[in-house]
Design a protein around this ligand. Structure first.
Ligand code: SF4
Ligand code: SF4
Length: 260
């Protein structure tokens, strides 16, 4: 069997395995595969260094023909509606915190799934982005070298497009999904990056001034980090806000197509 046939067969097996795992967990999600080279070349320099550290002596071979698998699990309805809901004309922070708890649960689930896939496909699992970091750093720039961007992986895997809110938008789940990734040298078929479908939609910009004014701000992600710290002072226990997720899911031009 040639490499292409191997890749197709492995990719089919990978997809079946992932969906079987999802079924066991009673969850819904998506899987895709990105070219290691394409992801590496698009990462920030600090993340390129991190990726080299993770794969060590395997770098050259992975850069030549390796893959990074992207797995995503969707939030369950109606948790997205808990974000920024009001009670007595004020934000209902305890309800909002239930979204934060679901964020934590999905991260842990993704880490388990990533480990199972890594062990079956001879890979290295890259954990879901976990909370508990933003209060330990003084600027969002300190955070970037700590992680490999799951969004870049998902983008090159063809799972969705990069929205104006900078999140990955899937055609069914919107950006109400969380990610983990797995690096592997097993031959797999790679997806292709999608063009943005946001068009004239501004729902995420309408709900967040940081997104709306991102071109004028030094780095809107630092404003976002500080807003999350403010939310934590109100009782939200994870590094989350989620208003731009809810805006996309509920108010975007695709609101009638999105479904959790
Ligand atoms: S998470 Fe919140 S603060 Fe950050 S960009 Fe989205 S809406 Fe704005
Ligand atoms: S809310 Fe609209 S503009 Fe923002 S990411 Fe979603 S589809 Fe794109």
């Amino acid at each position: 069997m040639n490499r292409m046939n191997h890749a197709e067969e492995n990719t089919r097996e990978l997809s079946e395995f992932f969906h079987q795992l999802l079924q066991e967990e009673h969850e819904r999600g998506v899987i895709g595969v990105a070219s290691f080279t394409a992801v590496h070349d698009e990462l920030m320099d600090a993340q390129k260094t991190k990726l080299r550290e993770i794969v060590g002596s395997g770098f050259d071979s992975l850069y030549d023909s390796g893959s990074i698998i992207s797995i995503a699990v969707a939030y369950r309805d109606p948790v997205i509606d808990y974000i920024d809901e009001e009670k007595n004309h004020s934000p209902d922070y305890p309800l909002w915190d239930r979204y934060a708890q679901e964020y934590d649960r999905l991260n842990q689930l993704l880490n388990r799934l990533a480990e199972r896939i890594a062990s079956r496909f001879d890979g290295i699992a890259l954990e879901a982005t976990m909370g508990g970091v933003i209060e330990d750093i003084e600027h969002v720039h300190e955070y970037f070298p700590m992680v490999i961007s799951h969004r870049v992986v998902a983008e090159h895997a063809g799972i969705g497009w990069r929205g104006k809110n900078q999140l990955l938008i899937h055609e069914r789940f919107s950006c109400a999904i969380r990610f983990a990734s797995i690096i592997t040298g097993v031959p797999l078929v790679h997806g292709t990056k999608m063009e943005s479908r946001c068009g004239e939609c501004t729902a995420c910009e309408d709900v967040c001034g940081f997104i709306r004014h991102r071109d004028a701000l030094p780095d809107y992600r630092e404003n976002c980090r500080r807003y999350m710290l403010f939310l934590q002072s109100k009782g939200i226990k994870e590094d989350v806000c989620g208003k731009c997720i809810k805006a996309c899911y509920r108010n975007s031009r695709f609101r009638d197509e999105f479904c959790l």
